[in-house]
Design a protein around this ligand. Structure first.
Ligand code: C2E
Ligand code: CA
Length: 438
């Protein structure tokens, strides 16, 4: 739903819906209004050309028509293109049949996703469907489309390739999202952000390796809003660039304060970097300038790039940015290691120093299951490639012992230290060192 919607097509879809509503009102039927959006369709246009893309969309439109007519019998109102690769389908349905709405939508999804012939080969696509019900979820075409869109949005947000039927929670969530989006811009000026620091320790000798800086937001009305909630919104509207620069400056300031003390010059602080920042042409020079401004050694700063966000090597801009940072001496950590689609490719092509093993794998290593072998081999692989292995999300002693046995060099997690306020940092420098040394 990110692309601009073609207005004439949208008007036609509105009109079709208006007619269907008139009909439903007269006959006393209920209606299922669904939006079917093809997942990552831009890839078809990109790799096969727009002519082939248009052909595929025509095939899909005709399949939708057939599926609607077959599944809904005489109650089918039709399908129309809403713009781009999104279709609207309207089916009249008896109240008693509403229980099988999801089943009906799954059948439509199944019909749409049959492979499309591409010369000798076959093209496999998936779709996301958002739907709502007339009159329960809305009485006008405007309301119905808006609610079907909200359901579709949730489907995409949950990874796509699924059917979602509108619930009133979707409206609550969207209102919260809009509120977060509108208050993000003033938040920076009004100093509502601060950073929390979570320690990372060297496993064989218990020495503090450094910290990961994690952003916190105290919203005046909503209270604490998790970065997991607001960072994706900031990425979407571009505010991640100034917010990320604020994080960078704060951390460099903290490092320059900390490194004044004797014996602490080995400490590193890492910050999380979004792919949108890497795409910003001035990112590398900003990082280099801020490091210079605070007279830091480049290797004191680490940038964590998440493997989950995207195939990082795919765009030339991000690859060039990472090479530039690497050349400047800044350390790069591949975060969420194992969660992405292309872990091995990332290891092969990206100039990284360390991998941070995702906490979803570390979580269950103390139970007898596959995660044990996975984490052990991740550590071996990293070490054979000459990279540091950091395990995050370490919560239990047994997990730490296993990681030690497997040769993992660094650990981070609630067991060793919660993310903390900068005022608590001093005490963490020595405390845990003594505890691990035992
Ligand atoms: P992340 O990079 O995976 O950061 C680790 C998250 O796990 C943090 O959540 C941390 O509080 C939490 N955590 C630490 N130890 C444990 C543990 O033992 N068990 C469990 N269950 N969790 C643990 P937090 O602070 O809510 O951050 C969430 C995510 O938000 C981060 O995930 C990161 O992707 C993003 N984020 C945070 N700060 C920034 C930032 O400044 N910039 C950007 N772009 N993203 C940020
Ligand atoms: Ca991280």
């Amino acid at each position: 739903m990110e692309e601009a919607i073609d207005m004439p097509e949208r008007k036609a879809a509105f009109l079709e819906l208006e007619l269907a509503i008139d009909h439903a009102r007269a006959s006393g039927h209920h209606m299922l209004v669904a939006l079917v959006d093809m997942d990552r369709f831009y890839r078809v246009n990109e790799t096969k050309g727009t002519d082939f893309g248009n052909h595929v969309l025509e095939v899909i439109a005709s399949r939708l028509g057939e599926a609607g007519a077959t599944l809904a019998g005489g109650h089918f109102h039709g399908t129309s293109r809403l713009g781009g690769d999104c279709f609207q389908i309207v089916i009249a349905i008896h109240e008693q049949e509403l229980v099988r709405a999801a089943q009906l939508l799954e059948a439509i999804k199944f019909a749409v996703e049959r492979p499309v012939a591409d010369g000798e080969q076959e093209l496999y696509l998936t779709s996301s469907i958002g739907a709502c019900v007339y009159p329960k979820d809305g009485l006008t075409s405007e309301q119905l489309l808006c609610r079907a869109e909200l359901a579709l949005y949730r489907s995409k947000e949950n990874g796509g390739n699924r059917v979602q039927v509108y619930s009133s929670d979707d409206t609550v969530r969207m209102n919260r999202k809009i509120m977060i989006e509108t208050s993000l811009r003033p938040a920076l000026v009004q100093r509502q952000f601060h950073l929390s620091y979570q320690p990372v320790y060297q496993l064989d000798n218990g020495r503090l390796r450094g910290y990961e800086a994690l952003i916190r937001w105290e919203h005046p009305e909503l209270g604490n809003v998790s970065p997991e909630e607001f960072i994706p919104i900031a990425e979407f509207n571009g505010l991640i660039v100034p917010i990320g620069e604020w994080v960078l400056r704060e951390v460099c300031k903290r490092l320059s304060d900390m490194l004044r003390y004797d014996g602490l010059d080995h400490l590193r602080i890492s910050i999380n970097i979004s792919s949108k920042q890497l795409m910003d042409p001035s990112f590398v020079s900003t990082v280099v300038n801020v490091i210079d401004e605070y007279e830091l050694k480049a290797e004191s700063l680490e940038l964590e790039i998440s493997e989950r966000q995207m195939a990082l090597h795919e765009t030339q801009q991000t690859a060039a940015a990472l090479s530039g940072l690497h050349a400047a001496g800044v350390r790069i950590v591949l975060d969420d290691f194992g969660r992405g689609y292309s872990s091995y490719t990332s290891l092969k092509y990206l100039p990284i120093h360390s991998v941070k093993i995702d906490k979803s794998f570390v979580k269950d290593i103390d139970l007898r299951g596959a995660d044990r072998f996975i984490v052990e081999s991740m550590i071996q692989l990293a070490r054979r490639l000459g990279l540091e292995a950091i395990a995050k999300g370490v919560e239990f002693e047994e997990q730490m012992q296993l990681l030690k046995e497997w040769g993992c060099q660094y650990v981070q997690g609630y067991l060793l230290g919660m993310p903390m306020d900068p005022t608590q940092l001093d005490s963490s420098v020595f405390r845990r060192t003594e505890e691990i040394d035992g």
